[in-house]
Design a protein around this ligand. Structure first.
Ligand code: ADP
Ligand code: ZN
Length: 733
């Protein structure tokens, strides 16, 4: 037991009562009695009765508030045999709950995501070499004995694998007494990485970058470094040095990656450097694997986790470093239940537990960039590509001057360069961030447009599946043969391109080429991984893809990248649109030229003068950031001001709007904070729910949480179908 437990409960006479946080949207912990003879402390993971069920929970900090009559209290059912959540972890959960104004139980729930893992893993049968030797020594038997001769216990299958024999050889030896059987702990899910396994010699600017980084990381205490280097500059190798230093200090490491399920190549690269793979953590893990990883992370057996944003809530035993790769990526934002940005919360976790965090990006978020310029984060620059790899030449295709042929979307100059690349035996990538065949289908006779019955969005034709689908709610129907409005047959027209339609156009022009379409709706994660591997091996000539292809992949033969519609993200009126488009386009064009081969990127645009297009072709990202930062500062937008978004939704439009208006009327008046709206939310109807939005805008030092709390308390009671969702720091606004 720790000091906490003695302070809090040790001296109390009679029945002990403790607060227990259960994974529910309750505003505070519930009180439970501790049965005679049971030892708990803050952080203990327990099982408690809640209504008719038993649920997991965590003994929380602070004394019980005594609000419940002790006679009516229920008792803790059991304490799980796993390490308690550390004091830092509990402080982190409380912090996130207070910042996002979420019930702490829902935040704690993210830390307890593998409930079946709370109980000690059962021991398994192991084999250990004795002094006895077999009567007859065959080559297979010798191999088994040699492999097992290290003083450790082995599983039967593990030993057979290590010796390259069948298990029956081992069974034979066991019968003769060469092995004794015993019980042992199950083998670790991943081997322990070796910081000295195969370090690369850092070259050029990497050397100074690593010195600067280690300067902050090796000290061990809280610091934030921002590695800002163009794609292919060797950022990964640099932060691997920070990982090695942390492992040498005996502490655990968390690497956050935006698309971990698709970055198998990252795991291999890690293995080449450290001799073993990191443990993975993301939503596609099998439940059994998930439990094992959770368990071994809490016990400290797993040293390095590479995970999606949810890995930030894993209760590490001794976390000493977090890396946030592609820190600008929107995938770090969770917009469900607890709304949080894993990049920002990683910094918070590091500050609370006093260890370093490293943010990494070729195109940092404006927020991080400003923090770097203000000296809050330590900027580390890598200005050139590693080795003889050169950035692709980049150019704009002005679509007003180079229109595609009728019915097509690819300008002649783009097609010419696709042809050139594949003619040289290299690869071309055509990027369009739009799934399906066409974003809009309409009837040529009456003008009828196909709209989702439940959402304010058009149905997108997916020709490969013969369906029209809603990208908001997933509603899908068979592509109709006749117009439901006027009944005319064969007059439906597809408007605009999606990746499927681009692939069709490419195949028309290059019928001999091997064309692959990469899109999340066409294949699961497993298939995608295989396809990405195939592309890396050169087994495709032309790749047509959505943003899936943008992230982290290294295709050595990719020497041409064509952006089908560079303007696509700029039109939506969101103040972050320019930043996002710049980041995405930099990332996609960065797929070209990963080796010494000369490469080219072309962007099709109707606005060649737009600052984003100019920044991309000139490579002058500094000018772009300076302009963006200036605009944000003028408008007091983040990080120079603060925003919170409240989405008020209901089954009827009137209820949603009425509630939103009443909230606005009841809101307090506070200097420096203003309310905008209510207005229809950018997606005004999703899954049959009408949505209105109130935006809270404050100055940098405004207490937004306090304001929103008062506002929610003063506003009308939430009733009927009304729901209010709060997003502190919304991504789009
Ligand atoms: P970034 O993360 O900045 O995009 P990477 O770290 O992926 O860049 O490096 C780009 C390529 O250069 C990779 O293939 C990597 O293996 C290689 N590379 C980088 N640094 C070194 C080094 N010091 N020694 C050998 N190869 C390196
Ligand atoms: Zn829909």
């Amino acid at each position: 037991m720790t000091e906490d437990s003695i302070d809090l409960f040790g001296g109390l006479p009679g029945r002990h009562v403790v607060p227990v946080l259960v994974p529910m949207p309750a505003p505070k912990p519930y009180s439970y009695a501790v049965p005679e003879g049971m030892a708990v402390e803050p952080g203990s993971i327990v099982q408690v009765p809640l209504g008719p069920r038993l649920v997991p929970g965590v003994v929380w900090d602070g004394a019980d508030d005594g609000a419940v009559d002790p006679k009516k209290l229920k008792s803790i059912a059991q304490v799980f045999d796993c390490p308690p959540l550390t004091r830092d972890m509990r402080a982190f959960i409380d912090w996130v709950a207070a910042y996002t104004l979420s019930p702490p139980g829902l935040v704690a729930r993210m830390a307890l995501r593998a409930p079946a893992a709370f109980d000690q893993e059962p021991m398994i049968e192991g084999l250990r070499l004795t002094e006895t030797r077999p009567e007859r020594l065959t080559p297979a038997r010798s191999r088994v004995i040699a492999a097992a001769d290290n003083g450790f216990a082995w599983t039967r299958s593990g030993l057979a694998h290590a010796a390259g024999t069948s298990s029956s050889v081992i069974d034979g030896l066991t019968v003769q007494g060469v092995f004794e059987t015993m019980f042992m702990a199950p083998p670790p899910i991943v081997a322990v990485p070796d910081p000295d396994y195969a370090a690369h010699r850092l070259e050029g600017p990497q050397k100074q970058a690593a010195v600067d980084l280690l300067d902050s990381v090796a000290a061990g205490g809280f610091s934030v470094s921002l590695i800002d280097g163009i794609t292919g500059s060797g950022k990964t190798e640099v932060y691997f040095e920070a990982i090695a230093a942390t492992l040498k200090a005996g502490r655990q490491v968390l690497i956050l990656l935006p698309e971990i399920a698709l970055t198998a190549s990252f795991l291999e690269r890690f293995q080449d450097r450290f001799g073993s793979k990191p443990a993975e953590w993301h939503s596609d893990l099998a439940p059994r694997t998930r439990e094992k990883v959770w368990r071994q992370v809490t016990e400290g057996g797993v040293k390095v986790v590479a995970g999606a944003r949810s890995a930030l809530f894993l209760p590490f035993e001794n976390l000493g470093l977090i890396i946030v790769d592609e820190e600008h990526d929107p995938a770090y934002k969770q917009e469900d239940r607890v709304f949080y940005n894993a990049r920002d919360m990683a910094v918070v976790r590091a500050r609370i537990a006093d260890f370093p965090v490293v943010l990494v990006s070729a195109t940092p978020s404006v927020e991080s960039r400003v923090n770097g310029e203000m000296g809050r984060y330590k900027p580390i620059h890598l200005p050139t590509r590693f080795g003889d790899a050169a950035l692709p030449d980049l150019g704009l295709v002005d679509m007003r001057k180079h229109p595609p042929e009728r019915g097509g979307f690819l300008s002649p100059v783009l097609l010419k360069h696709v042809g050139k690349a594949i003619g040289r035996g290299e690869q071309a990538l055509l990027f369009l961030n739009r799934r399906g065949y066409a974003p809009l289908t309409l009837c040529r006779v009456c003008g009828h447009r196909f709209q989702c019955p439940d959402c304010s969005s058009w149905l997108v034709e997916h020709r490969f599946r013969g369906q029209i689908q809603c990208h908001q709610c997933g509603h899908a129907e068979k592509t109709p043969e006749a117009c439901p409005e006027c009944g005319t047959f064969d007059h439906l027209v597809a408007c605009g391109p999606g990746v499927e339609r681009i692939a069709e156009e490419v195949e028309r022009h290059f019928p001999e080429a091997r064309t692959i379409v990469l899109s999340s709706d066409l294949m699961g994660v497993k298939r995608l991984r295989l396809e990405l591997d195939a592309i890396t091996r050169g087994e495709a000539d032309i790749v047509v893809g959505t943003q899936l292809v943008a992230k982290g992949h290294n295709f050595p033969l990719m020497t041409f990248v064509g952006i089908v519609d560079a303007d696509i993200g700029l039109a939506n009126g969101d103040p972050r649109a320019a930043e996002r488009t710049f980041q995405l386009l930099s990332q996609v064009t960065g797929r070209a030229g990963r080796t010494g081969l000369k490469s080219l990127g072309l962007l099709q645009t109707y606005q060649p003068q737009h600052p984003v297009m100019q920044a991309i072709v000139s490579g002058d990202s500094d000018a772009f950031y300076a302009r963006e930062i200036h605009e944000r500062e003028k408008a007091l937008l983040p990080p120079f001001g603060r925003l919170a978004s409240l989405i008020i939704s209901a089954d009827s439009r009137a209820d949603a709007e009425g509630h939103a208006r009443a909230m606005r009327l009841a809101a307090p008046r506070v200097k420096g904070i203003s309310l905008l709206g209510p207005a229809e939310a950018p997606l005004a109807l999703i899954r049959g729910r009408h949505r209105f939005r109130l935006l809270v805008h404050g100055r940098r030092n405004s207490d937004m949480q306090a304001f929103v709390k008062v506002m929610l308390a003063a506003g009308p009671k939430v009733r009927g179908s009304v729901q209010v969702q709060l997003d502190m720091d919304p991504q789009s606004f």
